[in-house]
Design a protein around this ligand. Sequence first.
Ligand code: EPZ
Length: 426
Amino acid sequence: MDRIRIRGGARLKGEISISGAKNAALPLMAACLLSDAPLTLTNVPKLADVQSMAELLRQLGVAVDWTPGTALGEGGRYVLTAASLSGTTADYDIVRKMRASFLVAGPLVARAGQAKVSLPGGCAIGARPVDLHLKALEALGAAVQLEEGYVIVRAPKGLKGARIAFPFVSAGATENALMAASLAKGETVIENAAREPEIVDLGDCLIAMGAKISGLGTSRVTIEGVDTLHAAEHAVLPDRIETGTYAFAAAVAGGEIELSGTRADLIGSIIPLLQAVGTEVQETNRGLKVHRNGVRPNSVDVETEPFPGFPTDLQAQFMALMATASGTSHIKETIFENRFMHVPELKRMGADIKVEGDMAIVTGVERLKGAPVMATDLRASSSLVLAGLAAEGETIVNRVYHLDRGFERLEEKLRRVGADIERQNA
Ligand code: EPZ
């Protein structure tokens, strides 16, 4: 099993090229099921989760043609053709590995009248039910049944447009509803829709395929169903979580890095936070420059929220930064009920963190100390790497397969800007 070794203390300098967003690429790939014509996606990151989605699509009969990018950070090109489907079942084996597999449910039932998808279990960060996805598909006229661990969604006569009012914001349920409603008869209105840039990206791609959607990026999205969707080409938007992670890396290690191929508007809530911490952020024509001199970061309080608020997917990384800041920071996690698993690992490195319910109280220490630590989930893994950059001595992050699900060649990107980091095959 691979592990990552970091020797802390190096300042960062140079450029990091930001990859396409995992959380946009996965729903975009599922969208190919809506049409019998090819969907070409560019700027697709090379990640374990993207490979799992490609594998699932292949099992459903999709022809998957992949051309990898050559340079670091340059995305690959996928041509996905679902000319005819060979099945409508997403097996347990693949869904248990990646919950985003559930995103095939909406497109499959809309296109083929049926979907049988393994019910995803809870995962390390929380229970994560799919009840909102199912309520949305039921509102569109599908019948939902649970059988032997599978959800069977049927609409043999097609879906019908409806009003879907979500009780709270869900990215995945909004995506499933958006895709399914694109092929439903009549108008669908999604109230309390997620506003994440990845939803807008999916909607833009669906529009390029011929869907009629308005209100993207707001809480009220309207879809006028069409009979068929056609071929299209779409570039995956830059990864805002990767952008934020490397911005925090510059803040935690000190130095100056330019994040190219990304956009400031994707991390709108992060920029004032970086400034409050004592980091300078400058928009450039290639992306963003992040700079922190030798002064210790300041403590700042944050609370995770749906977009445009502070993202839960950056909470662990921000905690690593606060672990070395001067003063005390309160970090409240409101999206997932169990997303503090990085806390005991950061404490092994000397961090002073107390958890009270959904709040972590982090009192910064002058210096973290390198230690062997265990990655527990994707974003937690990157927070341990960030802590390692700031720590004295050597940190070994074990179980980096979590990291490979969502960060493309992280150790290589950091090494190129001067971090003392390497992957080891243990
Ligand atoms: C997406 O997950 C992301 N995944 C997650 O990324 C991210 O943490 C999350 O959105 C929140 O921003 C992908 O885009 C593939 P939700 P998703 O539905 O869609 C509850 C990462 O590290 N809920 O917005 O599954 C749920 O339990 C990750 O890249 C229900 O109760 O998240 C959570 O508490 C992990 N019922 C909250 O809503 C439902 O039917 C928000 O979840 C659906 C969700």
